[in-house]
Design a protein around this ligand. Structure first.
Ligand SMILES: Nc1ncnc2c1ncn2[C@@H]1O[C@H](COP(=O)(O)OP(=O)(O)O)[C@@H](O)[C@H]1O
Ligand SMILES: [Mg+2]
Length: 528
């Protein structure tokens, strides 16, 4: 997990994105065909203008005015109809791509091993899902669709110009190498800075996420000011990065437009000179001036596309970096669990999250069927880690853990996890209703099963007055205890032969091993 893969280049990210779009090639091809047809139609109008200037007006052919006007109007109409269809196809393509990529990413995040999350901030992952996926998809849409059509328009216009008048065409095309060089330099400068800006956005989101999830801690430690400073620092960093990017864009965009307009002025001067000399008609010059618009408009568009592309490729690299991680092994690989007795054994188990920091060393313990064991120890001594190993969220470096005598590595992770009831230290409610939360562990539970009284979340401690439980956290714990039920019939909560005994979760769950992590200490006593 620590050896970092080589950073992905823009080119390899683009190649992968194209491979991704290949799954939707029919729709992409349709979109491209519509774009080409629309591009070809723009050349009708300059031709019609030239017809007016050089034939209809000088030869006083008023009979041709309707025909020429009608032709121009027809070309414009067909172009806009094609545009309508192109926009529709575009939307479909866009939404299919983005849905595909987003669901792949979500699936990946679900399947990644827990160890991966230890090195990520939630804000960063959320930024990748919420911001980077749409930015990535803009590479396909703008970069490929807009970029290709712009390049196509430039090539076709250049050919039409060269055929119409080579000399004038060369004058008009003179600034294009400079414009291309400008675009190249800009891309090289912007690319790493766009990546840095995306990372700064992630840091900001991570800070905001921490503030929201840790709001109780912030309030209880009166750490509002400190958090605000932290947020401001992240916010200012992002501001600096974005300002630098926009400053570069503010210089790049008008410089390129100026180069283009310089070409236009040159054309007007040279064309007028040839008109005065009689080697060119005003109609030809007019046609050229209109054609120049068709040449420089897509060039200007390419600058915007360049910007989007660079931004999108930075996002794509971040998205692919997640997709390239190895997922957990198949949840269903391994033996199923048939009849569960519930005997757990740890034999000489040694484990550490990081090589330099041992957590469990040579632990041996046995929990017999129906036995209740309390594991007591200081915060950070490794109690929760025992459960993390038993659920196979992590695997020990040495030693074995067995369930009913079978090493848990041989069991399917799904069967293993479904056989355990685990009340986590940090309770969590999914967005939605209480009902939705109760059904997480067993979506097929009937309403009666769901309404059956939930066990008390904690045994009452006789010596101490309990804190009045916050409604929400109390509710959370109730949901958690109820949620992970397997697809097995639920026994009645109170056993008739134990009338005075308050049932703990395990008394309701004969089909599972029951382990509870110790109650959550007061935040001030906790380890960071
Ligand atoms: N995901 C993790 N990555 C790295 N270290 C961890 C992780 N979880 C816990 N630890 C460390 O492992 C040790 C044991 O933690 P834990 O099992 O949570 O203790 P306990 O539950 O007894 O309070 C602590 O030093 C803790 O900082
Ligand atoms: Mg713990």
């Amino acid at each position: 997990m620590d050896d970092k893969p080589e950073p992905m280049t823009n080119r390899s990210a683009l190649r992968r994105l194209l491979a991704f779009a290949r799954g939707h090639w029919r729709i992409a091809a349709g979109q491209f065909a519509l774009a080409v047809a629309g591009t070809l139609l723009i050349f009708v109008f300059p031709g019609v203008v030239r017809w007016f200037m050089d034939e209809i007006i000088p030869q006083k052919r008023s009979d041709l005015i309707w025909r020429a006007g009608g032709l121009a109007l027809l070309a414009f109409t067909v172009r806009e109809v094609l545009f309508y269809f192109r926009t529709r196809v575009n939307c479909t393509f866009e939404q299919r791509m983005i849905t595909d990529l987003r669901s792949q990413l979500h699936r990946k995040v679900e399947l990644l091993p827990l160890g991966w999350f230890d090195h990520q901030s939630t804000g960063d992952i959320l930024t990748k899902l919420a911001d980077d996926v749409p930015a990535t998809q803009r590479v396909i849409l703008e970069g490929i669709e807009q970029g290709c059509t712009a390049v196509l328009q430039i090539i076709i216009t250049a050919i039409v110009m060269l055929v119409a008048d080579t000399q004038l065409a060369l004058i008009v095309l003179a600034p294009t190498p400079l414009i291309a060089a400008g675009g190249w330099i800009y891309s090289r400068w912007v690319s790493p800075r766009a990546t840095a800006a995306r990372e700064a956005t992630s840091v900001l989101n991570a800070t905001l996420h921490d503030t929201i999830t840790g709001i109780r801690q912030i309030k209880s430690f009166t750490a509002e000011e400190m958090r605000q400073w932290k947020f401001l620092a992240a916010s200012q960093r992002l501001q600096e990065k974005q300002t630098r990017l926009m400053a570069a864009w503010a210089f790049y965009s008008p410089s390129m437009t100026l180069l283009g307009n310089g070409g236009l002025v040159l054309l007007l001067m040279a064309g007028s000179w040839w008109c005065v000399k009689g080697s060119m008609t005003p109609g030809q010059l007019m046609e050229f001036i209109l054609l120049v618009g068709f040449l420089y408009e897509p060039i200007a568009r390419l600058h915007g596309v360049n910007q989007t592309l660079l931004n999108g490729l930075s996002a794509a690299k971040r998205v692919f970096a997640i997709l390239d991680n190895e997922t957990e092994e198949d949840l269903d690989a391994g033996q199923p669990l048939d009849a569960l007795r519930g005997e757990v054994e740890f034999n000489a188990v040694t484990f550490s999250y990081r090589a330099d920091k041992p957590v469990l060393h040579d632990i041996t313990l046995r929990a017999a069927r129906h036995q209740t064991i309390a594991i007591v120890g200081a915060t950070g001594s490794g109690k929760s880690t025992l459960f993390q190993l038993l659920t196979r969220f992590y695997d020990p470096q040495s030693g074995t853990i067995t369930l009913d005598g079978t090493p848990i590595q041989n069991l399917s992770k799904r069967a293993l996890r479904q056989s355990l009831a685990y009340v986590t230290q940090e309770a969590f409610l999914f967005a939605g209703t209480v009902r939705d939360n109760l059904l997480i562990g067993r979506p097929s539970a009937t309403d009666d099963e769901r309404r059956a009284p939930a066990p008390r979340p904690r045994p009452r401690l006789p010596q101490r007055r309990p804190h009045p439980p916050a409604r929400r956290s109390h509710l959370r714990r109730r949901c958690e205890i109820r949620a992970p039920h397997p697809d097995r019939p639920r026994p009645t909560p109170r056993q008739p032969h134990q009338p005075h005994h308050r049932p703990s979760p395990q008394h309701h769950r004969p089909g599972r091993c029951h382990l509870r992590s110790p109650p959550r200490p007061h935040p001030r006593q906790r380890h960071a």
